[in-house]
Design a protein around this ligand. Structure first.
Ligand SMILES: Cc1ncc(COP(=O)(O)O)c(C=O)c1O
Length: 347
């Protein structure tokens, strides 16, 4: 398999574990959960969640019941929380797998009844999931949530006015609903202030190396390395063009290499003529359009050969930088990482 794939994706679980420890440190004595939805942000639910358990995480969040059911196989003793909540008809299956729904509406609270542990989410300003504050007065008597939670809309923008508003609205909710633990902060929220942290941090992206403090140097380590294989080398001896749409012209004397990964593997098409790869620390630009299975890079003046590996994501080219060039966010780069890569886990 190693020899037959066009991309080699290496994920360093030790870096994910040390990112978890870094976040715990930031949280002082407070607890730290781990958000592992969407296949642990594309890095692999089983190896990543087992590594985080080893690092000390005991509360895990996924988006959907089917993700929780899968995770239960890997972590029989973990608290597994389901962010979309108890949607109609899923109550029994949640109970059967000992999954804890984040109840987001009065209807969900009513349907869940007293089947088992549950969380409650309050909408403090994102209008996505969670009870609107006006519903607080309609809650049944005697309710006690495991985790009372809400979610920041703009925590990555430390000066955004909505942050303080959400902290205040959440504080208000904590006084009206009985709960064991309160949780508001995602990765960026943990770094906002002590007032944003409450009892339990709920980081996702920072565990996987995305910068939770975009205004400052990234305090997290990047656990991802992606290498692409050179499929062909072209010595250009006449004026011609490269790729679909013939968008980029070539001159005699240039040298191109075709790399065996493309947008079907999550190398986004918006990186056409924008992306940069690295060959032994030398930056090489993507030329022309990204195709489904291949991209082309300009390797003029470099000694390269078919079968050689080239760095696509790595120390020079972390997901956040690639995202900036692609006009997106690091989360999308990670969750788009393709299924055709050979995956290797370190640690
Ligand atoms: C409710 C909730 N909590 C926590 C997180 C983790 O956020 P982040 O990846 O920004 O740390 C997410 C991710 O989208 C989320 O939806």
């Amino acid at each position: 398999m190693f020899e037959t794939s066009g991309g080699l994706l290496t994920i360093d679980l030790n870096i994910i574990k040390s990112n978890y420890a870094r976040l715990r440190h930031e949280l002082g004595g407070k607890d730290c959960a781990a958000v592992v939805k969407a296949d642990a942000y594309g890095l692999g639910l089983e190896p990543v969640s087992k590594a985080l358990w080893q690092a000390g995480a005991r509360s895990f969040f996924v988006a959907l019941p089917n993700e929780g059911i899968e995770l239960r196989n890997y972590l029989p003793e973990a608290d597994i929380h389901i962010l979309v909540g108890a949607l109609p008809g899923t109550e029994e299956v949640l109970q059967d797998h000992n999954l804890i729904p984040v109840l987001n509406s009065l209807e969900q609270i009513k349907r869940w009844d007293s089947r088992g542990r549950f969380d409650i989410q309050i909408d403090t300003g994102m209008t996505r999931l969670g009870l609107p504050p006006r519903d607080l007065q309609h809650l049944p008597q005697g309710l006690k949530a495991d985790i009372l939670m809400s979610h920041f809309a703009c925590a990555d923008d430390k000066d955004h006015a909505l942050n303080q508003h959400q902290i205040e609205a959440f504080n208000h909710a904590t006084q009206h609903i009985a709960h064991k633990r309160a949780s508001l902060a995602n990765s960026s929220g943990i770094f906002l202030s002590e007032h944003a942290q409450f009892d339990l941090g709920r980081p996702g992206c920072a565990l996987y190396g995305i910068n939770p403090t975009p205004h400052k140097t990234n305090p997290m380590g990047n656990p991802v390395r992606l290498q692409g294989k050179i499929a062909q080398v072209h010595d250009i001896d006449t004026q011609q063009s490269v790729g679909y749409g013939a968008t980029q012209k070539l001159q005699a004397g240039q040298k191109l290499a075709t790399i065996a990964l493309g947008y079907a593997d999550g190398y986004l098409r918006s990186l056409s003529s924008q992306g940069e790869l690295y060959i032994n620390d030398v930056k090489v630009p993507v030329v022309g359009r990204v195709s489904m299975d291949v991209i082309s890079i300009d390797v003029s003046g470099l000694d390269v050969a078919e079968g050689q590996w080239v760095d696509v994501i790595g120390p020079h080219n972390p997901p956040d930088l690639l995202a900036e060039k692609a006009g997106t966010i690091g989360y999308e780069i990670l969750t788009s990482l393709g299924g055709r890569y050979q995956r290797v886990y370190k640690g």
